[in-house]
Design a protein around this ligand. Structure first.
Ligand code: FES
Length: 115
């Protein structure tokens, strides 16, 4: 049995509009710390830091995917990342990867596993 604390991030239904959602973990900042993306029948999450320069990647609030919804895209220089594993397949940081964040999907709620 896991001893990790679980923190509510968002509901699965929050991803319906754009396929992704940014979540700010710091109460005094609206900058998304991480983002959650729908992937097949589940979800994945990554830190909102492009491996190229470390800046936030959303090109609009809750917009982390390209227009086809096939890749995560960085809004600064357009690097493309596979949704499933965060690996960069095109752009200035090709071969690098996003930092994945451990989450769990329980009864339609996306939970961050802490500790
Ligand atoms: S900052 Fe993301 S591709 Fe350059």
């Amino acid at each position: 049995m896991s001893s990790a604390k679980k923190r509510f991030l968002c509901r699965l239904s929050d991803l319906e509009a754009t396929g992704s959602k940014g979540v700010a973990l710091h109460p005094v900042s609206n900058v998304a710390t991480l983002f959650v993306v729908r992937y097949r029948d589940s979800v994945v999450a990554y830190r909102n830091e492009c491996p190229h320069t470390g800046v936030p990647m959303d090109w609009q609030p809750d917009r982390f995917l390209d227009l086809d919804g096939v890749f995560v895209i960085c809004g600064v220089h357009g690097a493309r990342f596979r949704i499933g594993d965060g690996h960069c397949v095109q752009g200035p940081c090709v071969g690098e990867s996003l930092s994945s964040v451990p989450i769990e999907l329980v009864a339609g709620k996306v939970l961050l596993l802490e500790g």
